[in-house]
Design a protein around this ligand. Structure first.
Ligand code: MG
Ligand code: MG
Length: 258
């Protein structure tokens, strides 16, 4: 079942999506070599609760924390830990909130200290692939157009596109229909209609597209151990141009001033 949102529902959900961006910006202030992802997790949870919301992931399918923190070869679903971040790492932080009955869900991959040019390019291309995906999330296009946009841009640059994990509808549930794969064929799949809220989240690997489940039972890692990047926005399908509900604005203000 697909839930198309009314204008009123979208405005309520926008607040949840913006709050995720603000929570990630709070966390961004602290990211540097030596800090642990558990410390970041505590900051995120406090900020979310102080803003009248609940962490969206904590307790979801027994996930223990507020943030998914996926380090380097971690693709998604990493569990925050006591391991200090190191210079040259990348850390994908994925955050969900539930406020006024609606979820927000957004992710950003951060550089820790100085990262290599090779990794910077992976981050840039992944973020660009998200932009191209959003350009295709408009009335009259299909789900396959979104996936194609991501896949085409990533593969053109020699990267692997994860198949096993996908974006999703978002609303009163964290995962609603439809699934939004990061690969696909133009003109195929569900026709996009106004009011459909999607979490679009390219997961792009520097090497192979293949992933493996780590021993902790949560983290998904690249099979070849090469780094992976992940960026996620929540959008509403509209005519001509998608309405992006989440934002990286607050995060990037913090990063610019670091
Ligand atoms: Mg997410
Ligand atoms: Mg998501």
């Amino acid at each position: 079942m697909i839930f198309y949102k009314t204008k009123e529902e979208i405005e309520i959900q926008r607040e949840s999506c913006l709050l995720v961006g603000k929570a990630l910006a709070e966390v961004a202030k602290l990211i540097k070599p030596g800090v642990t992802t558990l410390e970041l997790d505590i900051i995120a949870e406090e900020f979310i609760r102080d803003n009248g919301a609940e962490p969206g992931f904590k307790g979801y399918g027994d996930f223990p924390n507020t943030l998914c923190a996926s380090l380097n070869e971690g693709v998604v679903h990493g569990v925050p830990s006591n391991k200090p971040l190191e210079n040259g790492d990348i850390i994908s932080l994925d955050c969900g909130v539930l406020k006024n009955g609606f979820y927000g869900d957004s992710a950003y991959t951060f550089e820790v200290g100085e990262v290599s040019e090779e990794i910077k390019k992976l981050l840039d291309i992944t973020k660009e692939s998200l932009t191209f995906a959003i350009e295709n999330a408009i009335v009259g296009k299909r789900i396959g157009d979104i996936g194609y946009a991501v896949q085409h841009h990533a593969e053109k640059n020699g990267y692997g596109v994860v198949r096993e994990l996908v974006g999703h509808g978002l609303g009163r549930s964290l995962h609603e229909s439809p699934e939004v794969p990061n690969y696909g064929r133009r003109g195929k799949g569900l026709m996009l209609k106004e009011g459909l809220v999607l979490a679009i989240e390219p997961m792009i690997n520097m090497g192979t597209k293949d992933v493996i489940q780590s021993d902790d039972g949560w983290t998904i890692n690249t099979k070849d151990g090469l780094p992976s990047a992940h960026f996620e926005h929540d959008i509403v399908v509209m005519k001509g141009k998608a309405d992006v509900l989440s934002t990286f604005k607050y995060i990037e203000e913090v990063l610019k001033n670091k």
